[in-house]
Write a protein that binds this ligand. Structure first.
Ligand code: THU
Length: 126
């Protein structure tokens, strides 16, 4: 699968975002090392701190289906700035694959690519 195909899955997933509070819809598409893709969207809650980001939704779907190693994640938001993962999502993904690739989009067709270890050096682990 190409980066662009993965990103279009992320964009499609953003359509399911439940965002009555922020109105900021995010979609993610997580490619596992066996090629399986799990998508996710952000799901907000009236108790705002209980909100789950799109990246973590995709990750919990993958892990709960027995996938523990990831190659790439594409993240899409129809936003002005690149939609890079929040700190909690960086740590959450790094638990499984600190060297995975992170593709971050914004409104339009362009995206930027990072290694997760670049976005979160010195990940906490023990
Ligand atoms: N959000 C994500 O889903 N992923 C990110 O990478 C950044 C933020 C969500 C959380 C919340 O629902 C909304 O975007 C605004 O912060």
């Amino acid at each position: 699968m190409t980066d662009r195909e993965l990103m279009s899955m992320a964009k499609a997933a953003s359509m399911n975002a439940y965002v009555p509070y922020s109105r900021f819809a995010v979609g993610a598409a997580l490619e596992c090392d066996d090629g399986t893709v799990f998508t996710g969207c952000n799901i907000e809650n009236a108790a705002l701190g209980d909100t789950i980001c799109a990246e973590r939704t995709a990750c919990v779907k993958a892990v709960s289906e027995g996938r523990l190693r990831f190659r790439r994640i594409a993240i899409y938001a129809d936003s002005e700035n690149w939609c890079t993962p929040c700190g909690s999502c960086r740590q959450f993904l790094a638990e499984f694959s600190p060297e995975m690739e992170v593709l971050c989009a914004k409104a339009g067709d362009r995206y930027v690519s990072y290694k997760l270890s670049e976005l979160l050096p010195h990940t906490f682990n023990y």
